[in-house]
Design a protein around this ligand. Sequence first.
Ligand code: NAD
Length: 292
Amino acid sequence: MTILDGNKVSSDIKLEIAKQVEAIIERGEKVPHLAAVLVGTDGASMTYVNSKVKDCKMVGFGSTLIDLPEETTEEKLLEIIHELNTDKDIDGFIVQLPLPKHIDEQKVLMAINPDKDVDGFHPMNVGRMTLDLPTFISATPFGILELLERYNVETSGKHVVVIGRSHIVGRPMSILMSQKRNAGNATVTVAHSRTRNLAEITKQADIIIAALGIPEFLTGDMVKEGVTVIDVGITRVPDDTKKRGYRLAGDVHFDSVSPKSEYITPVPGGVGPMTRAMLLKNTLLARERHIL
Ligand code: NAD
């Protein structure tokens, strides 16, 4: 069993990016700049956004955090997005989801300039991804592809079962894995909340990508020997033994699944850090596109 070490690979990627930034500075050019918009005080969102800003500093990117109160109107948020769309100093920006209920998420995502949409959520970028055209692949699927590639996990002709069909993970993952690409060329099954006899399907999988958000859902009796397992789930499970009062749990029951696995990602330290690294990669890509 080999652990797909997202901490190590993401550190490697960050070092590679930092070197590219050094070269940019040596050439006297503008460094990449990421902006992040946070609306409200959701604990997990605040943690995510702060770590994104920290990552920028680590690799030498410029970063701007736009921290807005919960009661911010949709109109005001759209106004800020418009400013970011036209601000020449900002190469890419993200609007942290979820947004407060009074704001239409789709409307906001649609307002982002697709050339600065480093989260890759704009319909134009999703369409380009689907057609296998140059785009911003959203950070979590992009991170999973990169992890599989860097560990040379064979995917061609393999049966991949993706559990979950969300717009940000399951759906793009299923499309990408079936495309003609490195870490692709797979035969893909998408399972979701209405899937019947899921264990019968997962037992046939060479690779399982679990993205459903139910802690330790996938257990050892649901997988075959030699499976590769990518655990996307991150759920805060109350835990009094921890200082912060919770632990992070993945969608995979690691203790029963890992002995049967050829490769497996841990939680934490698997897909999470890869997601962070790939947002930086997309920001670098956005900057390169803008100067071309
Ligand atoms: P979501 O709630 O939008 O989607 C969950 C999907 O799981 C749905 O498509 C649903 O049909 C499916 N599902 C629910 N119950 C099921 C069941 N019993 N059997 C089969 N399928 C079922 O969630 P999401 O945004 O895709 O996130 C999934 C998990 O991944 C969450 O824990 C989230 O926190 C985590 N996540 C992690 C990262 C990361 O960087 N590691 C990034 C995004 C999301």
